[in-house]
Design a protein around this ligand. Structure first.
Ligand SMILES: Nc1ncnc2c1ncn2[C@@H]1O[C@H](COP(=O)(O)OP(=O)(O)OP(=O)(O)O)[C@@H](O)[C@H]1O
Ligand SMILES: [Mg+2]
Length: 341
């Protein structure tokens, strides 16, 4: 096949791109800063994230993907086009793209995405379910007749899928992810502790001291916030135990999503999962203690993938190395004209 082969994982928090033969070439935040009047992007990725929380009224932050869903297609196109063009250089042939999508994406939404990719200068495009790509990227053999359960915990969504012979057999997707956990931390600090903190500070608290399990030794963290009562800035302390309790509801929603897939699983595939365990991927899988907690909660072995936030793009890279597999497994390359109803 002529032209570059490219894998794209555009998430609510980050954009990862791989190129066949080169591996992962882009890992940046999936945010743009745009002119508030014209909508024209002025910065994206790492450059845009430095400006967040410090924008004048003439500029606004735009997230092409919200809660795991690409509902701002024009923004997605604005964000993807420069990255795709940069990778292609001045090649004659258009790049062919494999894009990861949530298991909840409908055929119509895929069709709309095809137009976005085509407008970005891509030749042919095809889609792969995010948890399937993630499981492959986590090193699971998804192409044999045996059940693999992968739970991809992103920023905006949790996508759990039971996979066998290269296909998703059962899945569940909820629009709850790492971002909700960060929001829960901010809400708690506002309502219970009386402090207002920025989103990035709450993210830091989550990564430093929050957890799915209680730590043997409590950890404290100093935070810069603003007292809501009088607006005075103040340094205050949060503890890992407090944060453990703050995350209970969000974590329970993750467990319920996985349970719903286990409940619907055919018996043979369920026995495979009970034997082989569940694999956790996505940035949210970095949360302290999430593996042992889910294992205890569901009584099923759980392992966290290495660099879980890159599992999807590693899976895309793996599949792109063998284009014949794309055809064999029926993830055929389509374009806007050839996609049937
Ligand atoms: N050490 C950590 N502890 C807790 N959460 C973490 C940690 N590291 C990253 N995260 C969270 O992982 C999330 C980002 O994960 P990821 O990059 O997989 O999301 P995404 O792919 O952009 O989102 P989605 O696929 O849902 O649209 C963020 O919410 C971030 O706070
Ligand atoms: Mg993701």
């Amino acid at each position: 096949m002529l032209g570059l082969r490219m894998g794209i994982d555009l998430g609510s928090a980050s954009l990862h791109i791989c190129v066949a033969g080169k591996g992962v070439v882009v890992s940046e935040p999936s945010v743009m800063v745009c002119d508030a009047d014209t909508g024209k992007p002025v910065a994206m990725g790492n450059a845009a994230v430095e400006m967040l929380g410090r924008l004048p009224n003439s500029l606004k932050a735009v997230h092409p993907v919200r809660d795991g869903v690409m509902d701002h297609l024009e923004a997605a196109q604005q964000m993807l086009r420069p990255y795709i063009t940069r990778q292609c250089g001045n090649r004659m042939f258009k790049p062919n793209v494999l894009m990861s999508v949530s298991t909840a994406v409908s055929r119509n939404e895929k069709r709309a995405l095809l137009s976005v990719l085509s407008d970005c200068g891509c030749g042919r495009a095809c889609f792969i379910d995010k948890p399937l790509a993630a499981a492959i990227g986590a090193g699971e053999n998804c192409f044999k007749p045996s059940g693999v359960l992968c739970v991809e915990i992103g920023s905006g969504s949790v996508d759990a899928a039971l996979i066998s012979m290269g296909k998703v057999v059962q899945s569940a997707c909820v629009r709850i992810g790492g971002r909700n956990m960060t929001t829960s931390i901010r809400r708690y600090l506002t309502h219970t502790r009386g402090y207002s903190v920025g989103f990035l500070t709450a993210e830091e608290i989550k990564k430093e001291v929050a957890g799915a399990v209680l730590r043997n030794t409590e950890v404290a963290f100093l935070v810069n916030g603003k007292r809501i009562a009088d607006g005075i800035p103040e340094l205050f302390e949060v503890t890992s135990t407090e944060m453990y309790w703050v995350l209970r509801n969000d974590l329970e929603a993750v467990a319920k999503t996985v349970e719903s897939v286990l409940e619907k699983a055919p018996t043979e595939l369920l026995s495979d999962v009970l034997l082989n365990g569940i694999v956790l991927t996505g940035g949210g899988a970095n949360l302290y203690g999430i593996g042992p907690w889910l294992q205890e909660r569901l009584s099923v072995p759980v392992r966290v993938a290495q660099e879980p936030e890159k599992a999807v793009v590693r899976g895309l890279d793996f599949v792109l190395r063998d284009v014949s597999r794309l055809f064999r497994e029926e993830y055929v390359y389509l374009n806007a004209q050839t996609q049937e109803d």
